[in-house]
Design a protein around this ligand. Structure first.
Ligand code: ZN
Length: 374
């Protein structure tokens, strides 16, 4: 999810194209120019680019509304299935979440209205199968596209806007975590229904979207559970310590040895002053060895793009950094010396333990209650 190319920055938000989006556009251009010739290929690509401008405007609906609540959006990523605005934080306040979620589809409905006015008539839905073939009015195609995108995003399934709208509405009467759980269940039920309908009707795209929503809803619920469980917990309370430590100039053999004799997935590589230079990841070590050999230095296997947090920071901050694609987060003290690390796996462990403790406490409370009744 992290491989993307920045194309522009608008008011502090970097617009990035995900590699699958570039691949998708490239494949589209190639296939259509081979089967139909270069002119239809160019006109189809132009349509797709304009469609994605609409998707981007939808995302900027969210971004502008979020900014009104003081939430910045460092980046927005364009995927073949749509856009993804990465807000600095998801508001816990249902009113704010509702306003931010609804702002995206509202942009599409506004665009639809404007395009219909420009067109001067109601669009002809029968033209959908002929989209992108050059015969249909461009304004008409974009109008229909915007209405579909607006309505589709209102489906009550995470990570679609409708899922957030549902959670926000439930949040007015229920605690946030319960609202998330219900919204996730509804979303997953919808996703299963979509995937099944797709399978039965032979519509592979619908099945794909259903599967995507199903897993996205699960990970959204997991992220939310981690964020909730980490409330009031500091990084120092959840970090992992005690890993063997490497230096950039150590032979690769040392890294291989450390990986072989321990269970750690990440090994810290330190600078001479004790600050973190990066991590050697178990998953990437083999690749580095096969490319550079065991005689190379640890430097060749070190991932240097590791975010750092203070030991006093909130654990939820580490969760956000991990969610944004970091393989691990380094924990440092006031002067920047390395102390330990936080991984997603380790946050899930903390979550599991807290869940077990809570279950034990509930069972205990029930027992006490039972004793009183006796
Ligand atoms: Zn949206």
């Amino acid at each position: 999810m992290t491989r993307s190319v920045p194309v522009a920055t608008i008011r502090g938000t970097a617009i990035r194209l995900h590699w699958t989006f570039i691949l998708f556009l490239g494949a589209l251009l190639t296939v259509v120019s081979i089967t139909k010739g270069p002119i239809p290929a160019i006109s189809l690509s132009a349509l797709v680019v304009l469609m994605f401008v609409c998707v981007l405007l939808h995302e900027f609906g969210h971004i502008t509304m979020a900014r009104a609540f003081g939430i910045s959006t460092p980046e927005v990523i364009l995927l073949p299935i749509g856009g993804l605005a990465k807000l600095k934080r998801i508001p816990n306040d249902p009113e704010q979440e509702l306003a931010i979620a609804i702002a995206g589809p509202v942009v599409n409905f506004a665009l639809f209205t404007i395009l219909v006015l420009v067109l001067g008539r109601w669009p002809d839905w029968g033209t959908i199968p002929e989209f992108g073939q050059g015969q249909i009015n461009l304004v008409e195609q974009l109008a229909i596209f915007n209405l579909i995108v607006g309505l589709f995003n209102l489906l009550p399934a995470f990570p679609m806007d409708g899922g957030r709208i549902l959670r926000a509405l439930l949040g007015f009467i229920l605690p946030h975590s319960k609202a998330t759980r219900i919204a996730t269940r509804v979303g997953q039920a919808m996703a299963v229904a979509m995937a099944t309908a797709g399978l039965m009707g032979g519509n592979i795209i619908l099945t794909g979207i259903g599967l995507f929503i199903f897993f996205a809803a699960g990970s959204e619920a997991q992220l939310d559970a981690v964020r909730n469980a980490m409330g009031g917990v500091s990084v120092g309370q959840v970090m992992v310590t005690g890993q063997p430590v490497l230096a950039m100039s150590d032979p690769m053999m040392d890294a291989a040895d450390a990986i072989l004799h321990t269970d750690y997935e990440e090994l810290p590589v330190l600078n001479p002053d004790g600050s973190l230079a990066g991590f050697v990841l178990r998953a990437e070590l083999l690749e580095a060895v096969s490319r550079h050999g065991l005689e190379a230095t640890v430097r060749e296997a070190t991932r240097e793009d590791i975010p750092l947090v203070s030991i006093h920071a909130q654990a939820a901050k580490a969760a956000d950094l991990l969610e944004r694609g970091a393989p691990a987060v380094g924990v440092v003290d006031r002067v920047g010396s390395f102390l330990g690390l936080v991984t997603w796996r380790n946050l899930l462990d903390v979550l599991a333990i807290r869940g077990a403790v809570a279950r034990h406490e509930r069972a205990d409370a029930r027992r006490h209650l039972g004793n009183k009744c006796d």
